[in-house]
Design a protein around this ligand. Sequence first.
Ligand SMILES: Cc1ncc(COP(=O)(O)OP(=O)(O)O)c(N)n1
Ligand SMILES: Cc1ncsc1CCOP(=O)(O)O
Ligand SMILES: [Mg+2]
Length: 215
Amino acid sequence: MTDAFPATASKLGLYPVVDSVEWIARLLEAGVRTIQLRIKDCEDHEVEDAVREAIALGKQYRARLFINDYWRLAIKYHAYGVHLGQEDLDVADLAAIREAGLRLGLSTHDDAELDRALALRPSYIALGHIYPTQTKDMPSAPQGVVELKRHLARLHNVPTVAIGGISLARVPEVLATGVGSIAVVSAITQAADWRAATQQLLSLVENGIEPAEAV
Ligand SMILES: Cc1ncc(COP(=O)(O)OP(=O)(O)O)c(N)n1
Ligand SMILES: Cc1ncsc1CCOP(=O)(O)O
Ligand SMILES: [Mg+2]
């Protein structure tokens, strides 16, 4: 059996996914403790400064900072973790990520992808998209909360994250599925008042979760 990736918190709570160091800084300052830097479609050298600065901020705030896609840079600067999609899995050096001690989060969209993800023993598994989203072109249909719940039934011992179209108003029905974390982009970055939105999301999602484990 393949070695497991390092463990992360059993419930990751509110998980903003953002595209700049500025967003990382303001959300960590606002109390977010799980966060992802997601800058799409760049060469490593174009995002190296941003990745390094985001990782430094993550360490400063003792937060769980995941780097999307740029796994070589995440290893180079000792990120807390890396998030990869199914296509990324075809090219990434998973052994190098594991040996460097980084946590690994994986995207899944259906049962076959869940099978593949489970076999890799990642630190968490993300499920989506749950609702229609304007943030990313998705080839598949939204899975909805009924399908999310069915998938979660296979994932008792793995931290889970729901993503895609999750607004403040939809958080309660997503949480009711038992998922351990809610990942959002536009619910924060497109909010009229991002600070208020972040505080409302934090209190809804993290109410009842143990204080953050040391990072
Ligand atoms: C928490 C979380 N879940 C899913 C994704 C999507 O990742 P991926 O499939 O690799 O697509 P891109 O984000 O790279 O466009 C994510 N980033 N974070
Ligand atoms: C990156 C990603 N992966 C699946 S859906 C999505 C975008 C989620 O953005 P939003 O929360 O604005 O729908
Ligand atoms: Mg990706």
